[in-house]
Design a protein around this ligand. Structure first.
Ligand code: SF4
Length: 223
């Protein structure tokens, strides 16, 4: 008998690709720094159920591009849906997945739209800090200082969106987190258990693949 769950899993299966120290991803700007550190030092395969969730997010992204492109929505012009993003500053390179962002023009003004899928829109009262940091990095580097974070609920296609103004300090703060992560990696120093120490990040511990290693290491940064 066919097992479609297994077939989808087979289709989406990914090879384990270790991350390169020095290369960082805007989508991880708000991740617990210790978790990010482990993902470079002790890479693990992404859980196959989580890969399915990511794929559903990609489908939502493509759907939003189709909505914007449609002649029925002439008030929004699609300028780019696969915008390359990569820059180097000192020892670090920041590169984004090209399908993370959509560039549009609304009433003569350019906007970067960051699309995020969610399972329950009712809990989305404000944009997540990590998503804002990600967008600030894009706005800084692309010189487009108007942004929108668009949340789309996967099972209803209802949406909620937030306009975000460029804030040079927030963009610098987001980049400084990558510099900090880089120095911890280069010096082989484990960062503190950030998500356990910062209340607003605590949710990240629930699905953390490194919970065991983290608990064994204690809360504090390795000296
Ligand atoms: S368990 Fe929590 S604090 Fe520890 S690495 Fe994972 S997300 Fe970070």
């Amino acid at each position: 008998m066919l097992d479609f769950n297994e077939m989808i899993g087979n289709f989406l299966r990914q090879e384990l690709r270790p991350k390169e120290i020095g290369r960082y991803y805007p989508s991880e700007a708000g991740s617990c720094m210790r978790k990010s550190w482990y993902s470079y030092k002790s890479p693990k395969e992404v859980d196959k159920e989580l890969i399915k969730v990511f794929e559903a997010g990609n489908m939502i992204h493509d759907f939003v591009v189709d909505v914007i492109k449609s002649e029925r929505n002439a008030e929004v012009e699609l300028l780019g849906a696969e915008v390359p993003f990569r820059f180097t500053e000192g020892e670090i390179t920041i590169s984004g997945r090209i399908d993370d962002i959509i560039l549009v023009k609304i009433a003569g003004k350019q906007y970067i739209v960051e699309v995020k899928s969610t399972s329950a829109l009712k809990y989305t009262k404000e944009p997540s800090e990590g998503h804002v940091m990600q967008l600030q990095i894009y706005m800084r580097q692309m010189g487009v200082h108007n942004g929108i974070i668009l949340y789309v609920e996967k099972n209803t296609l209802q949406s909620k969106w937030f306009e975000i103004e460029y804030d040079a300090q927030k963009a610098e703060h987001a980049l400084s987190r990558f510099r900090d992560l880089h120095s911890h990696l280069a010096e082989n120093r484990l960062p503190g258990a950030e998500a356990k120490l910062v209340g607003a990040m605590a949710w990240q511990c629930k699905s953390c693949q490194y919970a065991g290693e983290c608990a064994a290491a204690g809360l504090e940064e390795a000296q």
